[in-house]
Design a protein. Structure first.
Length: 104
């Protein structure tokens, strides 16, 4: 992901600060035990990833609403992701997180 952002930055040159980068979040898991949830994802459909990679990925949000807020802020800082999208089945789970981030 860092390399991708670097390449976009080079291609956009002086326009990069005005670009809006987004990520399509593939999975939203609300839980008090994010490690266990990431381990379950890593033994199932996302078996090619480690639990740590899942937790660091911009395409998954796992944890409490507060943890997801922190993760999204960190992703904004690291990669410049200014908005996210998700699939319809995860919209209700993500709503409290979006409400906390609104206007920030």
């Amino acid at each position: 992901m860092d390399e991708c952002v670097r390449l976009v930055g080079e291609a956009a040159a002086d326009r990069f600060d005005r670009l809006e980068l987004n990520a399509l979040v593939q999975r939203v898991v609300v839980t008090d035990d994010r490690r266990k949830a990431a381990e379950e994802l890593a033994t199932g459909r996302w078996a090619q990833l480690t639990p740590d990679e899942i937790l660091a990925s911009p395409y998954a949000l796992v944890g409490t609403a507060d943890q997801m807020v922190d993760d999204l802020r960190a992703r904004r800082e690291r990669w410049g992701i200014s908005y996210i999208m998700t699939h319809e089945p995860f919209m209700d789970a993500l709503a409290p997180v979006v409400a906390r981030l609104a206007g920030r």
